[in-house]
Design a protein around this ligand. Structure first.
Ligand code: HEM
Length: 153
């Protein structure tokens, strides 16, 4: 059970950040101010209401799965998790709220640009950390071959 929860929540968290990131880049390069404001609203609601519980469920189920095991891969995943959670709760969440408010007021000035740059950077860092956790998770479950081991026949 924790394995299924962990797998779904982990993939959902990573997918949510990837969708926030790409939709932000596309709409800010090609969209109208109204489209940007609408996207920023959607990222807060329902976006954050999907992302935050998904990160929490991934962490809780991951630590439950790791109780019975140790090793280098589990250690690496354990070390990345506080960074992922802090990045999500302390950078992505407040940035999304500030950006939605500024966009709703039609304010796309220096503060919007600065917070947007910070949000994209934090999103890229979290995507990279989650990608590493997915890779190591797939090695732990045996879906992905650990480096240097021959393919199973
Ligand atoms: C956002 C962070 C994380 C993501 C995206 C993530 C993702 C995944 C995924 C997708 C799998 C399943 C791979 C498969 O089914 O082939 C997995 C497995 C696993 N994860 Fe995570 N994980 C995260 C955090 C953690 C943490 C914090 C721990 C605890 C230290 C952990 C421990 C494990 C373990 C032990 C497995 C293997 C389960 C098994 O035996 O099948 N994960 N992870």
């Amino acid at each position: 059970m924790p394995t299924i929860v962990h797998r779904i929540a982990g993939m959902l968290a990573a997918l949510t950040i990837a969708v926030f990131f790409t939709s932000t880049v596309v709409v800010e390069l090609a969209g109208s101010p109204a489209a940007i404001a609408q996207l920023k609203r959607l990222i807060v609601m329902p976006g954050l209401f999907i992302l935050v519980p998904a990160i929490a469920a991934t962490g809780a189920s991951g630590f439950a799965l790791a109780r019975a095991r140790g090793g280098r891969l589990v250690q690496a995943k354990r070390r990345r998790m506080p960074l992922i959670a802090a990045n999500g709760l302390l950078v992505l969440l407040p940035s999304a709220i500030v950006l939605a408010r500024l966009a709703a007021a039609g304010d796309f000035g220096a503060l919007f640009v600065g917070v947007q740059a910070l949000e994209l950077a934090a999103g890229a860092v979290n995507l990279a950390l989650m990608g590493l956790n997915i890779r190591d998770g797939m090695k732990l479950s045996g879906r992905l071959r650990p480096r240097g081991q021959p393919a199973a026949r």
